[in-house]
Design a protein around this ligand. Structure first.
Ligand SMILES: [Zn+2]
Length: 292
C-alpha cells in the first residue's frame, strides 16, 4: 500500500532543522503541488533547485517531516513567495517547473516520494486553513516544539486533524460473492468498496452498519477488522473491515452516492494495477485470491 515504503523510514516527529541541498521543498497552489519537470517523469523540487529561484522564501520554509535523511519542507504561501522573491510559478512562467494534480501521487515514482508528496499535501491544507485563530481571530503562529499552530493572544492550539473512515467488503457466504461499487459523479470511476467517514458519536462498527444500509440497503453481521491505511488525500485514516451479508441480498442503491452496486464472484474482480496502492484494492485482491 502507499504507506508501505520499506526499507525507507518515515520520521513524522516534529524536529525542525535547516534545509540541506538534497532536501525537498514543496510548494502548493490551490492544492496543486509544484513539480520539477526537466526529466521524463515529474519530480519534487530540491532545496538546491529552489534556493536559486526563491532565496528569500527559502529562509522561511516550514519543516514537515523526514524520510530516511531527506527532509521535506514547505513554502508557507505562494503569495508570500511572489511578494518576497517577485517570482510566480503559475502558468508555467518558470522553465522546468509546473503545478500538477495531487492525483499524480497515486502512481508516482518512486512510491515513497509519492507517499511523501501526499502527506505533505495534508499538512499544507492544514497550515493553510489555520492561519487565523478559530477562537479569537488573531493570526496564528508556529508552535516551537510541536507540529501545531498556536494563538499568542488566547492560547488556542490546533493540531492536524485526522478523520477516521471505514471501508467494508460485504461478502455473501451463500453465493461466495462480494459487493463492488462505483461512485457516482466522481473522477474516480474504478470499482470500489462501500466506504464512508465516521460521524460524530459513532463507533467504527456503527459506521459500517450505517454506510452499508445507506449506500446499498443491506444488513451485515460478523464484522471483522482487516487492515488500515493513512490516506492523506482526504485527511483520513481508512479502517478496512470484511462483513457477512445478514439476510436479503437485493440491493437498494443510493444513486446520489453510487452509480453501480454489484455482487461479484472472486474470478470476476478486475485487476487494477493503477489502484494497487490503495486499501480498497488490497481488500478486493485479498478476496479475489481467496485470502479472506
Ligand atoms: Zn486566539
Amino acid at each position: 500500500m502507499l504507506q508501505d515504503i520499506a526499507p525507507h523510514q518515515f520520521h513524522n516527529e516534529y524536529t525542525p532543522r535547516s534545509p540541506k541541498n538534497d532536501d525537498i521543498v514543496m510548494t502548493f497552489h490551490h492544492n496543486q503541488p509544484l513539480f520539477y519537470m526537466a526529466h521524463e517523469t515529474p519530480a519534487l523540487p530540491t532545496f538546491a533547485q529552489m534556493k536559486n529561484l526563491i532565496p528569500t522564501t527559502c529562509e522561511k520554509l516550514i519543516y514537515l517531516f523526514e524520510i530516511d535523511q531527506i527532509g521535506f519542507f514547505m513554502v508557507p504561501t505562494v503569495k508570500a513567495m511572489e511578494e518576497d522573491d517577485n517570482i510566480s510559478f503559475k502558468n508555467n512562467q518558470v522553465t522546468d517547473f509546473s503545478f500538477g494534480s495531487m492525483r499524480e501521487f497515486r502512481h508516482f515514482k518512486p512510491v515513497w516520494m509519492g507517499f511523501a508528496g501526499v502527506s505533505a499535501g495534508q499538512l499544507y491544507r492544514w497550515y493553510r486553513s489555520n492561519r487565523f485563530c478559530g477562537v479569537c481571530g488573531h493570526p496564528m503562529e508556529l508552535h516551537d516544539t510541536e507540529r501545531a499552530m498556536h494563538c499568542p493572544v488566547c492560547g488556542y492550539v490546533d493540531y492536524p486533524k485526522i478523520c477516521p473512515a471505514i471501508i467494508v467488503g460485504i461478502i455473501d457466504p451463500a453465493t461466495d460473492r462480494i459487493m463492488l461499487t462505483k461512485y457516482a459523479n466522481r473522477t474516480f470511476t474504478r470499482y470500489a468498496l462501500i466506504a464512508g467517514f465516521t460521524e460524530f458519536g459513532e463507533t467504527l462498527e456503527d459506521t459500517v452498519h450505517r454506510e452499508v444500509m445507506e449506500e446499498v440497503g443491506l444488513k451485515v453481521k460478523n464484522i471483522r477488522y482487516y487492515k488500515n491505511q493513512p490516506w492523506a488525500f482526504s485527511e483520513s485514516l481508512l479502517v478496512g473491515f470484511f462483513a457477512e451479508l445478514d439476510g436479503d441480498s437485493s440491493i437498494t442503491l443510493d444513486t446520489n452516492e453510487l452509480a453501480v452496486g454489484e455482487w461479484k464472484k472472486r474470478e470476476e474482480i478486475p485487476d487494477d494495477e493503477e489502484n494497487s496502492l490503495s486499501l480498497t484494492y488490497t481488500m478486493m485482491k485479498a478476496f479475489k485470491d481467496g485470502e479472506v
